[in-house]
Design a protein around this ligand. Structure first.
Ligand SMILES: [Fe+2]
Length: 174
């Protein structure tokens, strides 16, 4: 049974911080149109990007967008849904849409729906999985140390199969 279900950003940040996960809500960019190009997004968030880089490095920053008509959406979803770790932090900021990060820390699993304006930093070595849903819809900034981008080591643990997916959680989210 869940111990806590909340959409309160400060409470989410506090609970995650106590487990070593950084979470922030950034001010919305009302002037940034939906579907903006990568350069436009990076320019709009230049100050925040600079701040994150000054705190943690991450020399490579890009913006990716996934839409429901992406031809590889099922394969991509399946890959991210298996529990894995990275040798570097997984740092994301959601410009549009949403995605579900599931963090396996000790005996706990924290399921965090990140949506527009949410920033999260999953530390290197943290067991986790991610659900973009059957109809992915998001645009996210990605901060990397490794210019090769997303590299994962899969744990082989089927734990993710026992937890609700993005769509199921959204249906009960407060
Ligand atoms: Fe990951």
């Amino acid at each position: 049974m869940p111990e806590l279900i909340t959409s309160d950003g400060e409470l989410i940040a506090e609970e995650l911080a106590s487990r070593g996960i950084r979470f922030q809500r950034w001010p919305a960019r009302a002037a940034l149109p939906t579907g903006a190009a990568e350069a436009e997004i990076l320019a709009a968030y230049a100050d925040e990007v600079k701040r994150v880089q000054s705190e943690g490095g991450y020399p490579t920053v890009d913006a990716i967008r996934l839409n429901p008509d992406h031809p590889d959406r099922e394969a991509l979803r399946g890959k991210f849904l298996a529990e894995h770790v990275h040798s570097e932090d997984e740092v994301r900021f959601f410009v549009e849409g949403r995605g579900l990060f599931c963090l396996h820390i000790g005996d706990e699993v924290l399921q965090v729906i990140c949506q527009a304006d949410d920033w999260i930093a999953v530390p290197a070595g943290t067991r986790h999985w991610f659900d973009m849903g059957p109809e992915p819809q998001f645009c996210a900034l990605r901060f990397f140390h490794n210019p090769e981008g997303w590299v994962a080591q899969f744990t082989g643990d089927p734990i993710a199969q026992g937890y609700p997916l993005l769509d199921q959680l959204q249906a009960v989210a407060p």
